[in-house]
Design a protein around this ligand. Structure first.
Ligand code: PLP
Length: 438
């Protein structure tokens, strides 16, 4: 398995400036967005090194994952930051991809997916949750779930619309809401249980609300939404005619409770866009095969955006994905057993190191409270951890609209080999001696 992007030199260039949103104390816009000065609008030549990132995207800076991985490399840290496995997916899938390339699947596929893949996705959805969908009219294959998120928001949200995001959130959500011209209304999940505050959700609905986006199992908290929580969301969607966008990429990674697709709740099939991908379940995050399942009236919007974003996902990988989706219960059993063991290992190690650990019900992330170690916030703690202890984690502040909500928290990923997890645990052992006595 190889990791791309090493030794390009870009890392040093980026790090030298430390010009990342999460490393800044103030909004990046203040320092880096090109001002709409009268000089530039009058057509004078802009300084070649002034950022020309669009005004809508510049406040988002660069992704915290890129930044943390770069710091991990710089400091030779064990990387429990970004959620990608440090092991390969199964050989039978690699063989399927080689075969597809050899067999000549080298051209664009149908824009909304290679026909047999759409059928395989529909079959799997039916097997998982009992809903039968039309593979051609209701499924759009995308470049990972990230593109499915973008296509859904760009295709269905109008300027001025509000989208309710449950935070902490996957960081592409607010960026894509902004690009669509919408506004985010956050509803916050708080430790220790990260349960949905239904009253806060109700209070977030306004006459402008277009959609509620729910991610279950939830990254980064590991919360698996209960039926009652999903019913509360469904109730609001019905009452105010809202779209529900359900990001279910971790549907196979459930340790406690059960995963429920919100589309299965009464009245929700017609108003839900269910998003998922191959990456997490088959440990090939780099393949980027994802999909959006939605009734035709919502699929039209998703496809209107998808055709111009990427047109189609990589054809040979779509062909291999068919074999992935046809795997049976035995694969799932082994997959979850391996992840359960990794979860136990890391949760145990973090507790021993002195963290307050919020053991996840699902996903391959674990959130902890680091405040016993006496650092000011998540950034200060993660900087210390990567530089002094040699372990990279994610400061979750950037997953909130108000980053101080995440200041006591730190996220670790356990989609890693045992030796990686053990090395990180070993390095974190000395943390115990820094525990504050109060
Ligand atoms: C909640 C959530 N949604 C979507 C994605 C992206 O999925 P993909 O790699 O298929 O684009 C991730 C990846 O970390 C995620 O955590």
């Amino acid at each position: 398995m190889r990791e791309l992007g090493r030794g390009t030199g870009i890392e040093d260039t980026l790090l030298a400036g430390e010009r990342y949103r999460w490393l800044e104390t103030g909004p990046i816009r203040r320092r880096y967005a090109a001002p709409m000065s009268s000089a530039s609008s009058a057509g004078s030549v802009e300084h070649p090194f002034v950022s020309r990132t669009s005004a809508v995207l510049s406040p988002f800076g660069s992704s915290v994952f890129t930044e943390m991985s770069l710091l991990a490399r710089k400091h030779g840290a064990v990387n429990l930051g970004q959620g990608f496995p440090d092991f390969d997916g199964p050989d039978f899938l690699k063989e399927a991809a080689y075969r597809a390339i050899r067999d000549g699947y080298g051209q664009y596929s149908r824009s909304f997916g290679a026909p047999d893949l759409n059928v395989a996705i529909a079959d799997r959805f039916a097997r998982d949750c009992g809903l039968r969908v039309d593979p051609d009219a209701e499924i759009t294959v995308t470049c990972g779930c990230t593109e499915a998120i973008a296509a859904t928001l760009l295709g269905l949200v109008n300027p001025g619309d509000e989208v309710i995001l449950i935070e902490p959130f996957y960081d592409s959500y607010p960026a894509m809401v902004a690009v669509a011209g919408g506004t985010v209304r956050p509803v916050t999940l708080r430790p220790p249980h990260f349960s949905l505050d239904v009253d806060a959700l109700k209070a977030a609905v306004t006459s402008r609300t277009k959609a509620i986006l729910v991610n279950t199992p939830h990254n980064p908290t590991g919360h698996v939404f209960r039926r009652a929580e999903l019913e509360a969301i469904a109730d609001l969607c019905e009452r105010y005619n809202l779209i529900c966008i359900a990001d279910e990429v971790y549907d196979r990674l459930v340790f406690e409770g059960e995963h429920i697709s919100i589309a299965t709740l009464p009245g929700m099939r017609e108003r839900t866009v269910t998003l998922s991908s191959l990456g997490k379940t088959f440990s090939f995050t780099g393949w980027k095969i994802g999909w959006a399942i939605a009734p035709a009236h919502l699929t039209a919007g998703v496809r209107a955006a998808h055709q111009f974003l990427t047109f189609c996902a990589a054809t040979p990988l779509q062909m291999a994905a068919i074999e992935a989706l046809r795997t049976g219960a035995e694969y799932d059993r082994q997959f979850i057993a391996e992840y359960r063991a990794r979860r136990e290992l890391l949760v145990g190690g973090l507790k021993e190191a002195g963290f307050e650990v919020f053991a996840p019900e699902g996903t391959y992330f674990v959130m902890c409270d680091h405040s016993r170690f006496g650092f000011e916030d998540d950034l200060a703690f993660c900087r210390f951890l990567v530089r002094e202890i040699g372990v990279a984690a994610i400061p979750p502040g950037s997953f909130y609209c108000n980053r101080s909500e995440g200041r006591k928290l730190v996220r670790f990923a356990f989609c890693k080999r045992d030796e990686t997890l053990n090395a990180a645990i070993e390095r974190m052992r000395p943390l115990r001696s820094r525990l504050r006595s109060d």
